[in-house]
Each structure stands twice: as C-alpha cells, then as structure tokens.
Design a protein around this ligand. Structure first.
Ligand code: FBP
Length: 257
C-alpha cells in the first residue's frame, strides 16, 4: 500500500482545494484569494497537509518556488468547467502523472462522476492514473462525486443517498484510490457506513459552499467523529476575511481528532 505520509500529518489530511477557477470560474474569488500565492501562504501558515492545484497554477506559482519544499502539492489531473449543463458530466484527463511529478507533486487527484453516462470512461482513465502513480509510489486521491441522470432521483432520497455514497466509496477502494474525497452523505450514520465501505482507503469530506463559520467548524467536528481521515476545503476557508484563523481552527479539529 502506498504511504500517505507525504500528504498527511498524524495520519490526518487537511487539503486546501484551489481548482475552483476551472470548475466554477473566477466568480469564487476576491482580490486576495485570486492570487495563488495567497493560497500557498495560507496553507503554510495554517499547517495544511497539502494544496490542490491544476497544472497551470502549479507551473506558474509552485514549481521551483519556496513552497515546493514546505507544502505538498496534490496535482488535480482532470477537470471541467460548469458551462455545459445539458448533459451528464465528464471530466477529461488534462495532465499526466509524469507531468505532475515534473511539477513537484507529491500526490495526484482525479474526479469520477459516479452515475454519469460517462462514468466508465472516467473509471478507465482513473485506472491508468492509479497504475502510473503507484509505479512512482505516489498516493492517489479520488473525488467521488455522485452526479448524472441515472442517479439524480435516488440521490435526493436519504436512504438512496446513503446507498449511493457507500457504493461510491467502495468503488474508490476497488479502483485503487488511497484517499476518497466525497460530499457529506447527509448524516453521521451514513458517513460511518461510507468510511466502513471504503475499507483501508481513507475518506475525506469536501467543504462545499461557504457557510456560517461556527456551523462550518461544528460540521468539521462531526465529520471527524464519524471516522473520516480529514477534509478537503476551499471556499469555506479562503473566501473568509479571517481565512487564516479559520484554517488554524480547522487544523486543530482535524489533527487532534
Ligand atoms: P470547496 O471546498 O470550495 O467546495 O472545494 C472542494 C471541491 O471539490 C473543489 O476541489 C472543486 O473545485 C469543487 O469542490 C467542485 O465543486 P462542485 O463540482 O460541487 O461545483
């Protein structure tokens, strides 16, 4: 099994996600967080265990910078915009594992839209990513996002969401992921089942849209009680005026759990 040491602290993972510029466009940003250096500084000062970038940001802001030795990079290998909405989602491979290595990455990330009509294309691409990354002893983080016409109805019923989330987690294990990043399945019992279904593969929970600070920190505490190994958070940290303070609080919650 590949060691998670490079992207974990005390076996816990706190990733600062910053691929929203591609996924959502620059509307997520303000005059501070639009600068990737702000994110890198925030990650280092707060003690995150890694940052998530697409290859363009990694090339222009990370590779060869002072951060390369201090903040592990998880290079996101696929991605898409949110502009095409009338079909099931497919996120194409945009970067290879070799490129990720040359950009200084310690791990790689890939999104699979579970339930999309293009799911099999993504599982096939992902299998090659796992093969190439593991050949270099690099951990692989998979974003298991349940999305598509085949699963829409089921996803909106609590029981259905729980079953789909456990299925997605098990898929991650079966496909060879070292870490599964998922949205909260709706309640703690379901999250515990997700963690069980993932077996030896670690589960980390996505932050999602910005919410009220105390509610978000309480959410993080709850997530950790259900056996998650950590979180991957973007907007709920770097969209705040007090981003560093919140990131430090989050770190306390995650690493102390
Ligand atoms: P946030 O914490 O900002 O939600 O980021 C987590 C993340 O998975 C990012 O890596 C990605 O850009 C984004 O969410 C995708 O969001 P969605 O597909 O839900 O719009």
């Amino acid at each position: 099994m590949v060691s998670l040491e490079k992207i974990a602290i005390n076996e816990k993972i706190l990733l600062l996600a910053y691929d929203q510029g591609l996924e959502h466009g620059p509307t997520d940003f303000n005059e501070h967080n639009a600068d990737p250096n702000f994110i890198l500084e925030l990650a280092v000062k707060s003690g995150c265990s890694g940052v998530v970038f697409q290859k363009g940001i990694a090339d222009k802001y990370y590779k060869g910078s002072i951060y390369q030795d201090t903040m592990p990079l998880v290079l996101k290998l696929n991605g898409k915009t949110n502009l095409v909405k009338d079909q099931d989602p497919y996120s194409p491979l945009l970067c290879t594992v070799d490129e990720a290595v040359s950009l200084g990455a310690k791990a790689v990330g890939y999104t699979i839209y579970v339930g999309s009509e293009f799911e099999s294309k993504m599982t096939a691409e992902f299998s090659e990513v796992v093969r190439d990354a593991h050949a270099k002893s690099m951990p692989v983080v998979v974003w298991m996002y349940i999305r598509g016409k085949a699963v829409e109805g089921t996803l909106h019923q609590a029981h259905g969401r729980e079953k789909l989330s456990s299925y997605a987690a098990r898929m991650g294990l079966e496909l060879g992921a070292d870490v599964i990043k998922m949205y909260y399945p709706g309640d703690l019992e379901s999250l515990s089942k997700v963690v069980d279904a993932a077996g030896k593969t670690k589960v980390i929970v996505s932050g999602g849209e910005k919410m009220e600070e105390s509610a978000f920190l309480e959410f993080a505490r709850l997530v950790m009680t259900a056996g998650a190994a950590g979180m991957a958070v973007g907007r709920n940290v770097w969209q705040r005026e007090n981003a560093l303070e919140v990131a430090k609080k989050l770190k306390q919650i995650i690493y102390a759990s």
